[in-house]
Write a protein that binds this ligand. Structure first.
Ligand SMILES: NC(=O)c1ccc[n+]([C@@H]2O[C@H](COP(=O)([O-])OP(=O)(O)OC[C@H]3O[C@@H](n4cnc5c(N)ncnc54)[C@H](OP(=O)(O)O)[C@@H]3O)[C@@H](O)[C@H]2O)c1
Length: 333
């Protein structure tokens, strides 16, 4: 049965672009509220993040993104990759969700969530929200946590492990710092001076303020080095790894060497580079939901924007790579 929507008009506000543009060229338009298919729900969006993945949907940088999001022009008109919100309509074949459910979801190729409503297939990345989060917090629990979880999901983490996290103050960095600390592993975090106290609260045991110290001179040796800002290289960090240590970076590397090194070191004994390709968003969302409900993860939120008119400014800020944790666009307080 299709439930009646609680929708007063047929149009909605959305942040759009017809072609790949600069952040200042994002437009706010009134467009039709999407229809839903049998396996979809219509979600009234309460919050979504402006994130690094979403920046690539605006300007198709790096170029490789065009293979996923539309080569000549974007496949999706509306921007946004994640959401938290409320189900207002369900398709005929949907039985896991009902009108009024609080849900959150993410899709790295875009989910048209910088709008008042979006249609989401239940086969895409969506789960019920953790009961102990508000909509703003739930929105900030997805994009960065998905990548952070994909880095650690097949790693044995316990109190015997030593882990260094570079860029620990970012979206991915704050998530991975909490996930790894919760496992009992000894965490060294590298971040800026203003966030030393935050990094301590997230569970870091040793902290390098990169503005004053060089973590490459550290005398500890690590089982894992996670570079969540892409500003180091395996070559520079190799001496910090234990004999079977693993180096993982969020970036391809200055010479696109990280995927190549990952292939090269995979079959060799000793130190390795890994370049995980993030997959299975639903598994990531269930993991973070569980971590949140068990009190082991709380998203770090630096800024909340409340008006679509500020969206270009928000994207510009996020694209500069200096945010602390997450930046949210909210339609509720
Ligand atoms: N592989 C993938 O699928 C994938 C997906 C999403 C994102 N990414 C990449 O992953 C990286 C992290 O994404 P994110 O969303 O977490 O980014 P972010 O939130 O912008 O975080 C980057 C953090 O690094 C800090 N930082 C800057 N320079 C640093 C330095 N020299 N040493 C240590 N920390 C430094 C920044 O703060 P300050 O400048 O204030 O210090 C900021 O807190 C980005 O490079 C992004 O492009 C990869």
């Amino acid at each position: 049965m299709v439930h009646q929507p609680m929708i007063s008009t047929d149009t909605m506000k959305a942040a759009v672009r017809d072609r790949y543009v600069d952040f200042s060229e994002i437009e706010i338009r009134n467009i039709p509220i999407p229809d839903i298919k049998e396996d979809e729900v219509l979600v009234k969006i309460h919050a979504s993040t402006i994130n690094r993945t979403g920046c690539a949907l605006v300007n198709a940088k790096p170029f490789i993104m065009r293979f996923f999001i539309g080569f000549m022009k974007p496949k999706r008109l509306v921007l946004g990759t994640d959401f938290s919100g409320e189900v207002v309509k369900v398709g005929k074949s949907v039985d896991q969700y009902k009108v009024g459910d609080r849900v959150m979801g993410f899709r790295d190729e875009g989910l048209s969530t910088h709008a008042e409503y979006t249609a989401v297939s239940i086969n895409q990345g969506m789960v019920h929200m953790p009961s102990n989060l508000n909509f703003i917090e739930a929105a900030a629990c997805q994009e960065a946590t998905h990548y952070a979880y994909n880095w650690i999901k097949d790693k044995k983490m316990d109190s015997t492990k030593t882990v260094l996290i570079n860029g620990a103050t970012g979206g991915i960095g704050t998530a991975i710092t909490q996930f790894v600390s919760a496992s009992g592993a000894q965490v060294t975090a590298v971040g800026n001076g203003k966030n030393i106290e935050l990094l301590r609260k997230l569970g870091a045991h040793k902290i390098f303020n990169y503005e004053e110290e060089n973590f490459l001179e550290c005398d500890l040796r690590y089982d894992y080095i996670f570079d969540a800002v892409g500003k180091s290289t395996y070559g520079k960090c190799k001496h910090l790894l234990k004999a079977h240590g693993i180096y993982i970076s969020s970036e391809l590397g200055p010479w696109i060497q990280n995927p190549i090194l990952a292939l090269y070191t995979a079959k060799r004994k000793g130190k390795k580079v890994e370049f995980p390709l993030p997959s299975n968003i639903i598994e990531s969302l269930h993991y973070v939901k569980h971590q949140v409900e068990e009190g082991r993860y709380k998203p770090v939120i630096e800024k909340v924007y409340y008006s679509f008119d500020e969206i270009g400014q928000a994207y510009q800020y996020v694209s500069e790579g200096m945010k602390t944790g997450n930046v949210v666009m909210a339609h509720v307080k």
